[in-house]
Design a protein around this ligand. Structure first.
Ligand code: MG
Length: 286
């Protein structure tokens, strides 16, 4: 039997929490903010047209337009920074950062933003909240004389997000089963499938039907801190009472948590009950 003094402390489990930016940490879409700033008309139609052609990865439409659409030719770095300032952020991002930074007993967390949005926009929007070195977004090469975008050097959209995630895991020494990815839209499908396939965990923060089927959990909240609920409950297997206590310690109440679960139960009376399909846990969690 080992004497107590010889017992080594068990190493901290290291988790990577990777998050999308547009409509995950923010409410609005970077592209729309930028288009408004530049006076670009019919931005949504441009994106829809490009998306239906499948020329670029889902989520990379803005990057393509900035480089190739004549109406975006005037984009300079300053416009991206200003668009970031105009982004409408979700509440609780600073509290989420503080929580992840502190870690919890037995665990430590690394946080990264992995977004198809221009990196300058996300860095500017999250200034003072998320350190720039933790933000991975679309990167451009600018003409040194005119300041014009002359090339796209990297786009973390669609499968591009997988590449960034794998680099991060390797650099941080995080195993794939300890990667958690948070996102809201179709640009997150590839990366979520990838994370799930390697026993990581995925959280959707919107009612996007495509994602709801893929994500292990769905959290609908105006507050970015809401992702802590499935993180503690489903990844770290905390009892509900302890999760409530943690929120209360921070002056937060989990109002509507159960209600959200109830809201997700759909009772359909049309037609005779042929069989009963059990709910998957991801459908039962609000
Ligand atoms: Mg998004």
């Amino acid at each position: 039997m080992l004497e107590e003094g010889l017992l080594k402390p068990s190493p901290l489990r290291h988790y990577l929490i990777a998050s999308d930016f547009d409509q995950t940490l923010s409410f609005n879409d970077s592209g729309e903010v930028l288009a408004e700033l530049l006076g670009v008309r019919a931005f949504k139609e441009k994106v829809t047209g490009l998306a239906s052609s499948h020329l670029v990865q889902q989520g990379a439409e803005l990057a393509y337009l900035i480089r190739h659409d004549p109406e975006f030719r005037g984009v300079r770095r300053e416009h991206l920074i200003e668009a970031g300032r105009r982004a409408h952020l979700r509440h609780g991002i600073a509290a989420l950062m503080e929580f992840l930074q502190q870690g919890i007993t037995g665990c430590r967390f690394s946080f990264a933003v992995v977004s198809a949005a221009p990196r300058e926009i996300a860095v500017s929007a999250l200034s003072g909240i998320v350190p720039p070195e933790h933000i991975h977004g679309t990167e451009f090469d600018y003409d040194p004389t005119s300041g014009e975008v002359r090339a796209i050097t990297r786009v973390p959209a669609g499968y591009g997000k997988v590449a960034v995630l794998e680099e991060l895991e390797e650099r941080l020494g995080v195993t794939a089963n300890r990667t958690v990815y948070v996102g809201d839209g179709s640009s997150d499908v590839h990366v979520m499938l990838h994370v799930n396939s390697r026993d990581g965990f995925t959280i959707a923060v919107s009612e996007n039907r495509q994602l709801a089927r893929i994500a292990r959990s769905t959290v609908l909240s105006d507050n970015a801190f809401g992702i802590v609920v499935p993180l503690l409950e489903q990844v770290l297997a905390w009892p509900v009472s302890e999760i409530r206590a943690l929120f209360e310690l921070r002056g937060l109440t989990l109002e509507g948590w159960e209600r959200a679960r109830m809201d997700r139960v759909k009772i359909d009376e049309a037609g005779p009950p042929a069989h009963v399909t059990p709910l998957r846990s991801s459908q039962a969690v609000g």
